[in-house]
Design a protein around this ligand. Sequence first.
Ligand code: NAG
Length: 623
Amino acid sequence: MTLSLGWLSALAVGVFSAHVLQKLCFPYFWKDLFFLLKVISYGVKLEVFKLRSSVSTVLDRFIQNAQRFPDKPFVIYEGSVHTYRDIDRRSNRLSNVFLDHLKLKKGDCVALLMSNEPDFLCVWFGLAKVGCSVAFLNTNIKSKSLLHCFNCCAAKTLIIGSDLLEGLDGTLTTLLDDNIQVWAMKSQVEHTQVHTLLDKLEAASDKPVPAVLRATTSLKSPTLYIFTSGTTGLPKAAVITHLQSLKGAAGFWAFGGTEDDVIYIPLPLYHSAASLIGIGGTVHLGATCILKKKFSASQFWNDCRKHNVTIFQYIGELCRYLCNQPTTDLDKVHKVRMGVGNGLRQDVWREFQSRFGSIQMCEVYGSTEGNLCFMNHIGRIGTVGRSNFFYRLLFKYDLVKYDMMKDEPVKDEYGFCQRVRRGETGLLLSKVSATSPFFGYAGSKQLTEKKLMRNVFVKGDAYFNTGDLMAEDLDGFICFRDRVGDTFRWKGENVATTEVTETLMLVEFIQEVNVYGVEIPGHEGRAGMAAMIIRPGHKFDGKTLFEHATRDLPAYARPLFVRLQEVMEMTSTFKQQKFQLVQSGFNPSTISDPLYALDYQQKSYIPLTDLIYQSIIAGERKL
Ligand SMILES: *[C@@H]1O[C@H](CO)[C@@H](O)[C@H](O)[C@H]1NC(C)=O
């Protein structure tokens, strides 16, 4: 969404061009234009920050809000109201503790491991006020990945929520051995080497720390690290600069949000959707948000009615869970007018709107680290975004032909990619340029480089490879088709097949393993499945596999199904062949290989019978 001023004049000319006049008859013209003008005006604002070398950050906006309307509720959590002033003061206290006790300095990176609660925001803002960048850790991740996260962003300090300290177990010792300072949001702890924050907080002043600490001159300075499950194993720390955080914060506003909106945030704050778009967006509007510790389908509408919620954030699964709730007379009794999120499938979208009323569903497409985003401001069902003549001028993206069997883009005789025709599905690439920079991953040039494709259409160009197969129809609506390569989504999280593979390879009886995702009717994303070859002289042992999977992998990444194979197919370029495995799915009546299913009751992988298969298809088995 950043634009150089040059584009403005180009646009001015464009607006009066014949091209546009002809488009006046186009049904979406005014909506498109209105939306684009918003995007452009915001882009201009960001340009001004650049010219002046002084950035007004999302945090600055929050502090202004706290001065302008201190008593306005900012966050409502489990029934208690926290005003802008409350959060501002408490984060000041924390800032003072960070300076006096933790001896943090501007530029340090601090890791934050907390569940959704108002203190997540206080710690985040408190750190930002002393000029620290913050690395949000996924509360699901397990020991090995957690340690890796500290290395990525060079954090030397961990701040941990009171409810999560217990869960650290063995990892805690390793962290302490690595000289990571661990501070818990508690007044007292048993562990002698863990420091306490709450007692110091009580005693600290709530006066603001000097503004110079948080000041930044560049939109490109990192403010957050958000971990994304990568294509290459362990989580990657996406560098979130002020530029991305400001863009994310403008999302609700671009879709028409105002300060009177009440925003419902049931997604985890360590993801960019809840933090950048949700909290950032609430701050940008000066609105109120209802923060949930966890999403609950049975509480959702009651919450919305109780708090007069007008906007909610979703992932596709969440809307499906809401549709699966028993119908009531109150289904259409609420003030919700808009949902912002992604991954909503056509069938659920239709059902959701017919059941709960005409709520505008705004799909946003874009990865945490990506340099491109699509927004479906029209609300056409089943599409993630909208492109048009101007959009294509501003954002250089392309869809190129992709060979599913080889699992790589199709190249022509000169080694260049080929664009697909309109309406055809292709791999989405986004050009990396000064206006659409890619900031990459912390601590790894290699990973950053891997996400880029060079010499795509001409020698020397560079594109961000989204890894998503998309199609754009003749009207400019963009649909998500599939994800290629080494990740798939399940329960709102990215699963990196290589990470799962590495973990499973530690199991003694496994010689070779190929992890992929299979579709299950009635579920968003793909469920994990592992095809494996058993080491000669060994036997498949469901209990051992279960123990490894539950101990070393977060719940969403555990393979739900296992397929034993004699040989493993390779692609012509010697990658594991996933495509055919994905296509053949997990139906025991059509697959002759032995199949197993993850079973939490028996704490084992048990033979996948027709009966189990049918109960999964019928949606009766909890997955
Ligand atoms: C919600 O709106 C109704 C009617 O507009 C109002 O009476 C009520 O006080 C509002 N509730 C809250 C929590 O703001």
